[in-house]
Design a binder for this molecule. Structure first.
Ligand code: DGL
Length: 258
């Protein structure tokens, strides 16, 4: 089906993946869907989350007529990729923490994972670390406050440097950690501010480009980019509509769940 590629997240984090998709697939039509009414996902119960993610993605896939779905959310992907693939008729591409490239790049063999509390604890994440970073020390840091800071940034407000410094404080004791995985799609939006707040320089790794590459391979014949692209949100606000417009989604609509 020739529809847009739909990018889904709890909030604005998926826009970091939108940037990667625009770089790699500049002529492809995108649509954006977020469940901002229930943000943040990273501190919610698994069973509730699975049901909610299925309901929102099903509604957004139908509303957008998309040719494929990019789940641009580590918290959702490490939990709900299988049920999403069972339920939806379009190809589904997930986002999981970039542990493998980080382990490949680290010289000190000590890497960090910055993600939501849900993602750092998931069995999926534990398996990724076991399978791809078996010879590394991996320090997992729950960084939920960064989600709100990225939301602020896209709404046009400066993030609070104190919050960023507090989240990164464990690194003061870990001078040999040389590579940090941004395992939540909100965090690459804060890359410049994080680089200023980090106690020592690190290599930053995220999944954006790998997802964009995969989307190009998997989604057969997506629509060409039209003049206006749509954003679907569960709780419309002017600030969010402005933020989405800044990434090309000029029209924002309310997503209604069945
Ligand atoms: N952007 C989402 C992720 O990649 C999570 C943000 C949230 O907690 O809602 O995990």
């Amino acid at each position: 089906m020739a529809g847009p590629v739909l990018v889904f997240d709890s909030g604005v984090g998926g826009l970091s993946v939108v940037s990667a998709l625009r770089r790699r697939l500049p002529d492809v039509a995108l649509a954006y869907a977020c469940d901002n009414a229930m943000l943040p996902y990273g501190v919610r119960e698994d069973d509730w989350l699975v049901a909610r993610i299925l309901a929102v993605c099903e509604a957004a896939v139908t509303a957008s007529g998309c040719s494929g779905l990019v789940v641009a959310c580590n918290t959702a992907s490490t939990l709900a990729l299988e049920p999403l693939r069972e339920r939806l008729a379009v190809p589904v591409i997930g986002t999981v923490p970039a542990i493998k490239p980080a382990a490949g790049a680290s010289e000190t063999r000590h890497i960090g994972l910055l993600a939501t509390s849900a993602t750092v604890l998931r069995p999926y994440t534990v398996r990724l670390i076991r399978d791809f970073a078996g010879d590394c020390r991996v320090t997992r840091i729950a960084a939920d406050p960064l989600v709100g800071q990225a939301e602020r940034l896209v709404a046009g407000e400066a993030p609070d440097p104190e919050v960023l410094r507090r989240v990164l404080a464990p690194l003061v004791e870990l001078p040999d950690l040389d590579t940090l995985v941004l395992g939540c799609t909100h965090f690459p939006l804060l890359r410049d501010q994080l680089a200023e707040a980090v106690p020592h320089p690190v290599r930053w790794v995220d999944s954006g480009d790998a997802i964009a590459r995969r989307a190009g391979q998997v989604i057969a014949s997506p629509q060409r980019r039209p003049a206006r692209e749509l954003g679907w949100v569960t709780a419309p606000t002017q600030a969010l509509a402005r933020g989405l417009a800044g990434f090309g989604f000029a029209d924002t609509r309310r997503l209604t769940l069945a």
